[in-house]
Design a protein around this ligand. Structure first.
Ligand SMILES: NC(=O)c1ccc[n+]([C@@H]2O[C@H](COP(=O)([O-])OP(=O)(O)OC[C@H]3O[C@@H](n4cnc5c(N)ncnc54)[C@H](OP(=O)(O)O)[C@@H]3O)[C@@H](O)[C@H]2O)c1
Length: 280
């Protein structure tokens, strides 16, 4: 049984490979990577794999039984890129695709949902067995801003009192490894999120507690928050997207209390306190 992992040099993909190595032999893992010089996992075969190279993809998937398709990171290009991969998998005889989608992709107001839903549809219509991992937000999306927040004297955002059920990348990676190494998950759509939801007020309080500094949360209108992000050299369109995702968070779009992620990995998801500690 050969298991292929796309995006294996990315932050999530690397963790999936590591987790999977604890569950199956390294010889059964194939890292499918856009940038081969970034991939150095002892014992794991690496094959070049760029979602844009539609003609090249089928031959790189020969012999792969199960494929983890990690969603790409070029917003606006992903429907086409993921379609290339699914079509190639069909040609190569891949039997099962596991796809990393977005939490509540069918109901969320987060503007990333369209590309994920299109890929879910493509997958369901492909005739290949599938499992969909609708991943919630990574806690790291917020903890990455801790340094800037401390320097600026406040944690800023536009998420209001929205409850955020994020989990650490490692939790989602472990879930993917469980699904890839198991046989019971065909046709399932998992809503994956952290066990304990928090607001950005709670996050700022946790940072204050751990640093001994008084760090308030400052909620800002979307435009104002986007401008602040731009001042940190984040391109305008991406800054506006990030602020927009916080607005979705304020409406509860990052909340989930299904507990499906902790059930899948057989342990509680990483706590906010642990993620803050790691980031600090
Ligand atoms: N749930 C969340 O909070 C959240 C946050 C951010 C992103 N995401 C989504 O989850 C995915 C994984 O997250 P991450 O943190 O691991 O992101 P990441 O570190 O940016 O990794 C993305 C991976 O996708 C690969 N990739 C991008 N375009 C590709 C292409 N055309 N062909 C082949 N590979 C391609 C990258 O290859 P290289 O190594 O060569 O660059 C990289 O390995 C992201 O790509 C995005 O779709 C989710």
């Amino acid at each position: 049984m050969q298991i292929g992992i796309t995006g294996a040099t990315g932050q999530l993909g690397k963790l999936v490979v590591e987790q999977l190595k604890g569950k199956v032999s390294a010889e059964n893992i194939v890292a499918l990577v856009r940038t081969p010089e970034k991939a150095k996992v002892p014992g794991v075969e690496t094959r070049p794999f760029d979602y844009n190279n539609a003609d090249e993809l089928p031959k790189q998937l020969i012999g792969i039984d199960k494929l983890l398709l990690i969603s790409a990171n070029e917003i606006g290009q992903r429907e086409r890129q993921h379609k290339n991969v699914i079509q190639a998998a069909k040609k190569a005889g891949v039997k099962w695709i596991v796809y990393t989608s977005l939490l509540h992709a069918d109901t969320t107001t987060i503007n990333l949902a369209g590309e994920h839903l299109a890929t879910e549809k493509e997958l369901k219509e492909s005739g290949i067995d599938y499992t969909i991992l609708r991943n919630g937000w990574y806690t790291e999306n917020y903890t990455a801003s801790i340094g800037g927040a401390i320097a600026g004297g406040a944690f800023k955002g536009s998420a209001g009192a929205g409850k955020i059920s994020s989990a650490a990348r490692i939790d989602y990676a472990e879930a993917a490894a469980v699904v890839l190494s198991g046989d019971n998950f065909k046709g399932k759509v998992f809503e994956l999120a952290g066990d304990i939801a928090y607001t950005l007020d709670d996050l700022a309080a946790e940072i204050s507690k751990q640093t001994g500094k008084d760090l308030p949360y400052r909620n800002l209108p979307q435009e104002e928050y986007a401008k602040i992000l731009e001042s940190f050299n984040i391109p305008k369109s991406f800054a506006q997207a990030i602020a927009g995702w916080d607005i979705s968070a304020s409406k509860g779009d990052l909340f989930d209390d299904s507990g499906e992620l902790s059930k899948l990995i057989g342990r509680p998801t990483t706590s906010l306190a642990a993620s803050v500690k790691l980031a600090l």
